[in-house]
Design a protein around this ligand. Sequence first.
Ligand SMILES: NC(=O)c1ccc[n+]([C@@H]2O[C@H](COP(=O)([O-])OP(=O)(O)OC[C@H]3O[C@@H](n4cnc5c(N)ncnc54)[C@H](OP(=O)(O)O)[C@@H]3O)[C@@H](O)[C@H]2O)c1
Length: 239
Amino acid sequence: MNIGIIGNGKMGKRIAEVTEEYQHQPLTLSQSLQATDTLTFEQTPAVIIDFSHPDGLEKILQYSQTHGVPLVIGTTGYTEEQFAQIAEAAQTIPVLYSANFSLGIMVMNRLIKQAAQDLVTWQIELIEKHHSQKKDAPSGTAKRLVETLQSVRDLTPVYQWTDQPREDQQIGVHSLRAGSFPGEHEVIFATKDEVLSVKHEAFSNRIFAEGAVQASIWLTEQSAGLYQLEDLFEPRGGA
Ligand SMILES: NC(=O)c1ccc[n+]([C@@H]2O[C@H](COP(=O)([O-])OP(=O)(O)OC[C@H]3O[C@@H](n4cnc5c(N)ncnc54)[C@H](OP(=O)(O)O)[C@@H]3O)[C@@H](O)[C@H]2O)c1
């Protein structure tokens, strides 16, 4: 099957490699995303995987909807308005969005939800580390982890501490950008006397590429709707 890949950076190149390993055909854009207003591929792909930049969203949605091509989105840094555009497109085509295509992060998300429910009075902090070229902060994954915690606890994210004392319902979100970290996320639960930490480290961006390619193959069998990575493992139908 032809898998269209949008974004020709670190992730786009890795996804092309993994697509070939899965015995599928990677198709890149005829012209770079930044260089054109109307996207074209040599042939219409069976599915598209996008790991590019939020600025390209409109062009990508337009192509996918016009050609009825399912879309896997891994790009991070979207605004609320852009998420609404993605949800609208998902009314006509299958769209799967995930800020993190690693299986380990999917399980981490479940573990921290359980911990936040069980440790109701514990203070929570989140630390994430990425390479220095990463454009958005906090990471899309960090935002997702915070949303998960907020789904079970009344928590207010704080991105910069001041000299005011910490309140229990606050959650500090700390972003480090240096070197070549592919991605590290740690959620810390703490009291005065003990600490529990749940940490995920990516050693290579290959894990995200594999998850995205697997998701793209799965998405070609789905009807229109907005999906998330968990749906590959716990199908719930289109939203
Ligand atoms: N969901 C996940 O699991 C996951 C994992 C890793 C990374 N990501 C996200 O995936 C995205 C790409 O990461 P990367 O490491 O591959 O980044 P990268 O190496 O900087 O590549 C980004 C690519 O996006 C395109 N691009 C850059 N600026 C653009 C603009 N202003 N308008 C339109 N297109 C633009 C370019 O492709 P062209 O040459 O084709 O224009 C560029 O090669 C980021 O948002 C990153 O956070 C997600």
